[in-house]
Design a protein around this ligand. Structure first.
Ligand code: JF5
Length: 267
């Protein structure tokens, strides 16, 4: 997979040299290029921002450097991929984007080429995204309902979530299978040695050697945790993916099926 990142802070992407992503790059699974937006300015101060049209607080990223930077990304990526008609999907991290979910990570992991546009200040002049959309798919993505200083930290999040789904990046594809089995639920609690630590014991069932019982306990704990911490996720569960034991536990927790959907029972 080819990745291009455009930013005014190229050093912010240094963590992509490390860990799982660094190894994927060395193994040739990932080809990452970081581009400094200021290299596409032409004034002595390398200006990337200007005041917002219509007035108001803050600054907006000027379209001209972005237009040139995205032209350069197209040329660099096509040359690296050896395909002079290839186009990237342009990912634009922004609080006003569609939610970046695990499903979105899987979609992006299926693409050969992603480009990332890191906004700063109040954002990028909208015409940049309109212009880009005439040449490539554009995906404004939000990693959560909060405001960052710029898109760089969000790019690190998206690249990490996508890279671990690529064949040969995570050592253990079994953990990806387990993830899809528990799709839509939070993780069950996990433990390791010692069997007792500060007076706290690992739940006995986990040393029973009964794999079915362990699987059931984990499923119950995942359901309990999800119902407590993320009731919104329980509402979105597909009841077809639940067995009788799941439904019995959810019933105990005060959830009922209504018109084929899980709802909290009236108290
Ligand atoms: C950004 C203008 C982009 O703050 C974010 C963000 C929050 N959730 N997902 C992304 O992106 C950076 C800030 C301001 C444009």
């Amino acid at each position: 997979m080819r990745l291009d990142v455009v930013t005014i802070f190229p050093e912010y992407l240094a963590p992509l040299d490390l860990s799982l992503i660094g190894r994927a790059r060395r193994d040739g699974v990932l080809d990452l290029a970081v581009h400094d937006l200021r290299d596409f300015t032409h004034d002595r101060h390398r200006t990337v921002d200007d005041s917002p049209a219509g007035g108001g607080a803050g600054m907006v990223m000027r379209p001209e450097p972005w237009g040139e930077a995205l032209d350069a990304v197209l040329a660099a990526g096509r040359s690296a991929l050896g395909d002079d008609t290839a186009v990237p999907t342009l990912v634009v991290p922004t609080p006003s984007g569609t939610p970046f979910t695990q499903a979105a990570a899987h979609e992006l992991a299926g693409l050969p080429w992603l480009a990332f546009a890191c906004g700063r200040y109040e954002g990028i002049d909208e015409r940049v995204l309109e212009d880009a959309a005439e040449r490539m798919p554009v995906r404004p993505l939000s990693i959560g309902d909060y405001v960052l200083g710029g898109g760089e930290a969000a790019v690190l999040v998206v690249v990490e979530a996508v890279a671990r789904l690529l064949p040969g990046v995570v050592g253990n594809p079994e953990s990806l299978v387990e993830e899809s089995h528990a799709a839509g639920l939070l993780e069950y609690p996990v433990y390791t040695r010692p069997a007792t630590w500060r007076g706290r014991s690992v739940p006995e069932v986990l040393s029973s050697g009964n794999h079915a019982l362990v699987a059931r306990w984990r499923r119950d704990e995942a359901l309990r945790r999800t119902a407590r911490r993320r009731p919104d996720l329980v509402e979105r569960l597909d009841p077809a993916g639940l067995d009788a034991a799941d439904l019995a536990l959810l019933d105990d927790l005060g959830w009922v099926l209504e018109h084929g959907r899980l709802c909290r029972a009236e108290p």
